[in-house]
Design a binder for this molecule. Structure first.
Ligand code: HEM
Length: 307
């Protein structure tokens, strides 16, 4: 029934519009014009709705954040706008004494946001010496008092500087980089100072020494050792002593090194050419820095030490 009604009204519509040529064309172009206008009107309405929505969302976000934490937003915005060059005074605001200000620290003049590890750095915690300032040497000296700490690495050894580099790598990996601290390590323009260049040179030296040390540890791995009331001290060699896996065992020797007061027990190869000269067939037994333990024979793999 409703289908019939539809057919009827459809044929009526058709007869209404079945007027001769010109009239017909005129009315159809009117309809087309009206359609275009409708479309443009709808498009503008839709566009206005979208714009209003976006503006509303922006206003909502900004006001919500500001009401929730006005101090943090202001501080973060301030720092961002400063092109990541920060003064000591600004950095000090981030010393962990205000719950709403993120904690920053500086190491060799590079500033990191350590707020996610707040429990380590806030006031009263063990590592507060680093918060809101540069206390680079404290990473290796263990000076944890804010009064005594300094940012000057002068006097640190290459090995200690390497320790600082490792901490720097830790912060690079685990925390967000904020910028450079204007002061000892970066000038007003953010350029590295002489102090930073010297520090970097020492780090390089530390890396070189570490490589040498690793090579020496392979050549002369440390001994195993044990002590008991009954037996006293014993040192011995094995294929993995000191964590150096190798295809030889070696014999224990006291190694003396220039600048080192106490000798160290190392395992020395007994066969093949010397690793120094590439000659002979007694390994490194004749190395001048090595001394046989008094109570042990030349080829003993295990040695009881005399107390
Ligand atoms: C010069 C000596 C030391 C320095 C400079 C130092 C520095 C630090 C720093 C900066 C952190 C925070 C790391 C982070 O942001 O996640 C930390 C964490 C920690 N440190 Fe030390 N530390 C030293 C010695 C020690 C010693 C001797 C011990 C233990 C006997 C120790 C135990 C810990 C522990 C348990 C944590 C927390 C680790 C975690 O929760 O993830 N630290 N240390």
């Amino acid at each position: 029934m409703s289908r019939q009604r539809n057919l009827k009204s459809a044929s009526k519509l058709a007869s209404d519009h079945a007027a001769p040529g010109a009239e017909k064309d005129d009315s159809s172009s009117k309809v087309k014009g009206l359609g275009d206008q409708e479309f443009i009107k709808s498009f503008y309405i839709l566009l206005s709705v979208v714009v209003v929505l976006i503006v509303g969302l922006l206003i909502f976000t900004v006001t919500r954040v500001q009401f929730a934490n006005p101090f943090t937003v202001t501080t973060k915005a301030t720092i961002k706008s400063k092109e990541s060059l920060i003064t000591e005074e600004e950095l000090l605001k981030h010393d962990g004494s205000h719950p709403n200000i993120p904690i920053y620290l500086s190491i060799l003049g590079r500033i990191y946001d350590v707020d996610k590890g707040r429990q380590h750095y806030e006031v009263g915690s063990g590592y507060n010496v680093f918060a809101g300032r540069d206390s680079t040497p404290s990473f290796v000296t263990g000076v944890f008092s804010r009064e005594q700490a300094t940012d000057d690495v002068k006097g640190l050894s290459p090995e200690e500087m390497l320790g600082i580099k490792e901490w720097l790598d830790f912060y690079r990996k685990d925390y967000t980089y904020i910028g450079k601290l204007i002061g000892r390590y970066y000038d007003n323009g953010g350029n590295p100072t002489e102090a930073l260049k010297e520090a970097k040179a020492l780090i390089k030296e530390g890396q070189r020494l570490k490589k040498l040390q690793e090579a020496e540890n392979k050549r002369f791995p440390g001994c195993n050792s044990r002590w008991s009331v009954e037996e006293g001290s014993t040192v011995w060699c094995s294929q993995n002593s000191a964590g150096i896996n190798r295809d030889w065992v070696g014999v224990p020797r006291r190694m003396f090194k220039p600048g080192k007061k106490d000798p160290k027990c190392v395992c020395v190869k007994t066969t093949g050419p010397s690793s120094d000269t590439g000659e002979g067939n007694e390994g490194d037994l004749n190395n001048p820095n090595m001394q046989q333990y008094p109570a042990c024979n030349k080829y003993d793999v295990s040695c009881k030490l005399q107390d």
